[in-house]
Design a protein around this ligand. Structure first.
Ligand code: AMP
Ligand code: MG
Length: 344
C-alpha cells in the first residue's frame, strides 16, 4: 500500500473524513502525539488500527470527541466532577474513563465495559471529528512497543506501507500522551497515566490519587484498570538506562563505558567523551516531554546500542516523562555516584 503524507489543511480534513467514513484509517496530528484514527463505532476499522500497530487486543483505544453531546452518546453516566474537569481541561490532554453505552463496540474498548474519552485541542483533529460526526478512536500512531510519534516522519517510519494517509501537522506541542484518569467517587480521580494535565492542575478541582502502576513495574498478567500500563512501551531498539547523580558522576560513568557509540540525553552541561552522541533533552519538564520520544528514535537511527538518560524532575509534566522513561528503560536506574555502578 502506498502511504501519502499530506499537509494538515482544510482539504485534508475533507479527504481524511471521507476515508474514515468509508472504514479506512489515517494518522492525524494532536497536541499530545500523533494518533492512528478510525471511526470508533466501526469494528472493522478499529481492527485495522490494532493490526497496523500490532497492538494487543485487550489494550483499549481512546475515543476522541468534539462536543459534550458526543460524550453523552458514549457514556452511560457522567459525574458532575467529570463535567467540571471537561469545562476546565477540554479541549486538551485529559482522558476520562466512563461506563460505556452498549452500542460502543467492545473491540474499541479492549473488551472492557468502560470507554476512555477525550476532546483533543488540535484544530485539525477537532475539525475532522466534527466533519465525521462520529467519535474517532486514535491510539498513538507508532508500532506497538516503540516510542510514540511526535512528528509525521516518525509515523512514516513506523507505518509506511501499512496505512494510506498521514496528515502532517508539524511537531506535537506536548510530546507525551494524554493524562488518563478514572473516578474513585464524586470528588476523587485516580491517575492511571500521567500527562500534560498534571496532578497539581487536577488538585485545583478534586482529590487526586496516583495509581501505583504509574511508577511501578506491573506483571503481564496483573489485573489493572488500564491495560496499557502493563505492556512493554516506548522502547527503542537501543538499551535505555536512567542515570542518577551529579554532572560529574554521570560523566565519570559514561567515560567508564567502553563502547563505540553511546547515546546521551542530558542537561547540556556534561562534558562528554568522543564516543558519546548527545540528543536533545533539556532541563525543564516541558522540554524533556517534548524531546524524549524524538531523541530515543534518533538514537536508534544513529545506531547507538545504549542510551543513557538523566533522571528527570518529577513535578508537573515531569511525572509523565518519568513514567514513560521508566518503561523505555525497563525500570533500570543506575546511580552513577555509586562506585560499583561502574561494574554494571
Ligand atoms: P494510547 O492510545 O496508545 O495512548 O493508549 C491509550 C491508553 O489509555 C492505554 O494505556 C489504555 O490502557 C488506556 N485506556 C483506554 N481506554 C481505557 C479504558 N476504557 N479503561 C482504562 N484505560 C483505558
Ligand atoms: Mg501508545
Amino acid at each position: 500500500m502506498e502511504t501519502r503524507l499530506v499537509k494538515a489543511d482544510g482539504a485534508a480534513v475533507e479527504e481524511t473524513a471521507e476515508l474514515l467514513r468509508s472504514g479506512g484509517i489515517a494518522a492525524v496530528p494532536t497536541e499530545t502525539v500523533y494518533g492512528l484514527a478510525a471511526n470508533a463505532y466501526d469494528v472493522e476499522a478499529v481492527r485495522s488500527v490494532f493490526r497496523a500497530k500490532g497492538r494487543p487486543q485487550d489494550n483499549p483505544l481512546i475515543l476522541h470527541i468534539c462536543s459534550t453531546e458526543m460524550l453523552y452518546d458514549i457514556a452511560e453516566s457522567v459525574r458532575p466532577l467529570a463535567l467540571t474537569l471537561a469545562e476546565n481541561f477540554w479541549p486538551g490532554p485529559l482522558t476520562m474513563i466512563f461506563p460505556r453505552k452498549p452500542h460502543v463496540p467492545a473491540e474499541t474498548c479492549g473488551g472492557l465495559d468502560t470507554a476512555a474519552v477525550r476532546m483533543p485541542r488540535s484544530s485539525f483533529t477537532l475539525a475532522l471529528i466534527e466533519k465525521c460526526g462520529f467519535p474517532i478512536a486514535a491510539p498513538s500512531a507508532n508500532t506497538s512497543g516503540l516510542p510514540s510519534p511526535t512528528s509525521a516522519v516518525h509515523v512514516y517510519d513506523d507505518m509506511n506501507g501499512k496505512i494510506p494517509l498521514i496528515i502532517d501537522g508539524g511537531e506535537c506541542r506536548f510530546g507525551v500522551e494524554s493524562t488518563v484518569v478514572c473516578f474513585e467517587n464524586d470528588d476523587t480521580v485516580r491517575i492511571l497515566r500521567p500527562g500534560a494535565v498534571t496532578p497539581e492542575m487536577l488538585r485545583e478541582y478534586c482529590h487526586v490519587v496516583i495509581d501505583s502502576g504509574v511508577l511501578q513495574k506491573l506483571d503481564a498478567d496483573a489485573k489493572v484498570i488500564s491495560p496499557g500500563m502493563k505492556y512493554k512501551h516506548y522502547s527503542p531498539a537501543a538499551e535505555v538506562y536512567i542515570l542518577k547523580g551529579s554532572d560529574e558522576d554521570v560523566v565519570g560513568f559514561i567515560k567508564s563505558r567502553n563502547m563505540n557509540k553511546i547515546g546521551f540525553l542530558g542537561n547540556g552541561n556534561e562534558e562528554l567523551p568522543d564516543n558519546t552522541v548527545r540528543f536533545p533533552y533539556g532541563v525543564t519538564p516541558e522540554e524533556q516531554a517534548e524531546n524524549l520520544f524524538a531523541s530515543l528514535r534518533d538514537a536508534d537511527a544513529a545506531g547507538c546500542a545504549e542510551v543513557y538518560v538523566r533522571m528527570p524532575r518529577t513535578e508537573g509534566i515531569g511525572l509523565a516523562v518519568y513514567n514513560r522513561l521508566l518503561r523505555s528503560a525497563g525500570f533500570r536506574i543506575i546511580d552513577a555516584g555509586v562506585s560499583d555502578a561502574l561494574q554494571k
